[in-house]
Design a protein around this ligand. Structure first.
Ligand code: NAD
Ligand code: UDP
Length: 308
């Protein structure tokens, strides 16, 4: 197949492009390089089945493809809050442009949605039928509400125009090719530990997240896109839940760092807990994460060593 990956030069996108090429597909990677890097896709450029287009998903695009994965959107709070209006536009206009293209060329289209649609959840763990607890006017809203609106558009194009959609809600994922200055917790802690800098725990560190290694997630993407039982939304993530303080201690241990843990103020609307209920993915895809936190962190630490 010929497959378009928007945001294909980013962290998740570059792993997905690689995986699709390995499966023998042609891949068109479309990215404006806001948080993505050419370095992530350098090795792929040598492959005649790979093509890179520098383009912004806010503007319409035309390519003849069989499938579209829409991943274009900054994902870390630091980057999506840098220009919040642009973030909302990227989610909403990007979804409209991908859906319009999918409708024209009759392609199956995948939306990288997020656990952020659940906001600061009052139900734990989060199941797909939970409607969420999002502050629509806070600093995270440009991302959360942008992604919620994108889901709305996906389901309206599906109902109104019979577009063949797939919507995945991704929970915190980490691994090689995250940006060192990304601001997300796993890359921040690893980079700080390797540099011998203080490890910055926001708040008291009792808030929880459930961390999925990138290879597991990409396997879930491909399985989800290949099945016809459900269009989603479907949670994908690792249900093993840790406090942020536990993560900091684990990173210090694995890097054998002398870094000290320091406290910084908790950002506004920071979710207190997050854990995916993945029973739907287990049932439909026969999928569950295989890489435990310690192994995934070790592989990520190896990637950052020598780069920071
Ligand atoms: P990332 O920032 O590494 O990747 C996003 C990519 O999109 C980058 O290459 C960036 O340059 C590109 N991009 C941003 N705005 C664009 C625009 N207007 N036009 C074209 N390209 C644009 O982040 P990631 O972690 O790889 O996330 C990929 C997708 O998965 C995002 O949609 C994100 O919301 C979603 N997601 C990720 C996570 C996670 O934990 N990594 C969790 C939930 C959802
Ligand atoms: N966090 C932290 N120190 C950091 C970066 C993040 O304590 O240097 C916390 C952050 O407040 C949040 C959690 O780690 O509670 C996950 O943050 P991240 O930005 O990675 O993801 P998200 O909040 O979007 O799930």
């Amino acid at each position: 197949m010929r497959i378009l990956v928007t945001g294909g030069a980013g962290f998740l996108g570059s792993h997905l492009c690689e995986r699709l090429l390995e499966a023998g597909h042609e891949v068109v990677c479309l990215d404006n390089l806001f948080t993505g890097r050419k370095e992530n896709i350098y090795p792929l450029l040598e492959n005649p089945r790979f093509e890179f287009i520098r383009h912004d998903v806010i503007d319409p695009f035309k390519v003849e493809v069989d499938q579209i994965y829409n991943l274009a959107c900054p994902a870390s709070p630091v980057h999506y809050q840098y220009n919040p209006i642009k973030t909302a536009k990227t989610s909403v206009m990007g979804a409209i442009n991908c859906l319009g293209l999918a409708k024209r060329v009759r392609a199956r289209v995948f939306q990288a949605s997020t656990s952020e649609v659940y906001g600061d959840p009052l139900v734990h763990p989060q199941k797909e039928d939970y409607r969420g607890h999002v502050n629509p006017i806070g600093p995270r809203a440009c991302y959360d509400e942008g992604k919620r609106c994108a889901e709305t558009l996906f389901f309206d194009y599906h109902r109104e125009n019979k577009v063949d959609i797939r919507v995945i809600r991704i929970f915190n994922t980490y691994g090689p090719r995250m940006l060192p200055d990304d601001g997300r917790v796993v890359s921040n802690f690893i980079v700080q530990a390797l540099r011998g800098q203080d490890i910055t725990v926001y708040g008291d560190g009792s808030q929880t997240r459930s961390f999925c290694f990138v290879d597991d997630l990409v396997e879930g993407f491909v399985r989800f896109m290949g099945q016809t039982e459900t269009v989603g939304p479907m949670n994908l993530g690792n249900p093993s839940e840790f406090t942020i303080l536990e993560l900091a201690e684990k990173v210090i241990e694995l890097t054998a760092s002398n870094s000290k843990i320091v406290r910084k103020p908790l950002p506004m609307d920071d979710p207190k807990q997050r854990q995916p209920d993945i029973s739907l993915a287990r049932k439909v895809l026969g999928w569950e994460p295989k890489v435990p936190l310690e192994e995934g962190l070790t592989r990520t630490i190896d990637y950052f060593r020598g780069r920071v």
